[in-house]
Design a protein around this ligand. Structure first.
Ligand SMILES: [Zn+2]
Length: 278
C-alpha cells in the first residue's frame, strides 16, 4: 500500500521550479541550523548524523515521509566515505536472510572537501552548478534518494534509465544523471588550470599565450589575433584546442582566481579561425 503510494508520488509529483528551489533552500538552512558539524555552506566537518537529518528533511518534504515509513527504524544506514574518489554518492541494496533488504547511502567526503577549495572551479552535480559544498551535498543526496525510492518501489534502480531520469528531473530539476563531481585525478591532471587561467603552449614550434575559456577533455584557449573574429569583449581571438598536459600556467598564482569565460563570439555561426592543435 505505502509502496503504491510512493510509486505514484515518484511518477506523478511535479512541484515546479519555484517550490523545488524553496524546499531545497529550506532544507539546506535547516541543516545549517541544526547540525553541530555543518555550520557554514562550505563546511569543513560533517557527520553521518547529518545524512540522517537530510534524509528526514527530504523524505518529509518531497516524498511525504513515505520512504521512512516503508523502511521503519533500522533498514537504512548512512556512511561517509573517504575512499570514493570518482562518485559523489552511492546507494547499496543489501539482501538479508530475514527477507526485507537493507540499504546504505554513502557520500564521498573527499570529493566534497576537494571541491570548493582555494582553487575551486565551477563544480556541477547532477548537471546543476553548485556554489558551495552544501549545495553539492544536497544534489548528491537527492540523486541517492531517488535511487533509494526506486529500490523501495521496484526493487531495482538505474540512473541510466528513463524512469530514474524522469523522477530526478521532475522532483529535483536534475539535468544530468551521473554520480560525477569534481574528482581528485581530474584536478591533478589539470595542474591547477581553470577557466580564466593565462597559459602558454606550443603551436607549430611557436609559443603562444592565451586565456583558458573552457575545459573539457581539452582546454579551449583564446589567443589574441588581429585576423580572428571579434568576440563579445571587443577583442579578436583565435581559438585553440589544447590537451591539458601541453598547457603551462603563465603565472601559477592565476590558478587561484578563476574568471568567467569571455562569452560567445559575435555574429552568426562559429568563428572562421579554428585551430586544432593535436
Ligand atoms: Zn546513480
Amino acid at each position: 500500500m505505502l509502496r503504491r503510494t510512493l510509486s505514484r508520488v515518484l511518477l506523478e509529483r511535479d512541484p515546479g521550479a519555484v517550490l523545488i528551489a524553496d524546499w531545497t533552500r529550506r532544507i539546506g538552512e535547516g541543516l545549517l541550523a541544526d547540525s553541530p558539524h555543518v555550520r557554514e555552506p562550505n563546511f569543513t566537518r560533517i557527520h553521518t548524523a547529518d545524512l540522517d537529518r537530510l534524509f528526514a528533511a527530504y523524505d518529509g518534504r518531497f516524498l511525504d515521509g513515505l520512504c521512512g515509513r516503508i523502511l521503519g527504524p533500522d533498514r537504512l544506514r548512512f556512511r561517509l566515505s573517504r575512499r570514493m574518489t570518482r562518485a559523489g554518492g552511492k546507494t547499496t541494496r543489501i539482501e538479508t536472510p530475514q527477507g526485507a533488504p537493507r540499504f546504505e547511502i554513502a557520500v564521498a567526503t573527499t570529493i566534497l572537501f576537494d571541491g570548493f577549495g582555494e582553487d575551486a572551479r565551477e563544480v556541477t552535480a547532477c548537471g546543476l552548478p553548485c556554489a558551495n559544498r552544501l549545495e553539492a551535498l544536497q544534489r548528491i543526496f537527492e540523486h541517492e534518494l531517488v535511487h533509494l525510492a526506486e529500490y523501495l518501489c521496484w526493487s531495482e534502480s538505474h540512473c541510466g534509465r528513463s524512469r530514474f531520469q524522469g523522477i530526478a528531473r521532475r522532483i529535483f530539476l536534475h539535468r544530468a544523471h551521473t554520480h560525477q563531481l569534481i574528482t581528485r585525478p581530474e584536478r591533478a591532471a589539470r595542474g591547477g588550470i581553470v577557466v580564466g587561467s593565462r597559459v602558454i603552449f606550443a603551436f607549430r614550434g611557436r609559443p603562444l599565450t592565451g586565456r583558458v575559456n573552457r575545459i573539457t577533455k581539452r582546454a579551449t584557449v583564446l589567443v589574441e589575433d588581429s585576423r580572428a573574429p571579434r568576440w563579445s569583449d571587443g577583442r579578436r581571438y583565435a581559438r585553440y584546442y589544447v590537451p591539458l598536459d601541453q598547457l603551462r600556467l603563465v603565472d601559477p598564482a592565476s590558478a587561484r582566481t578563476p574568471k568567467k569565460g569571455r562569452g560567445k563570439p559575435e555574429g552568426r555561426g562559429k568563428p572562421e579561425v579554428r585551430r586544432e592543435h593535436a
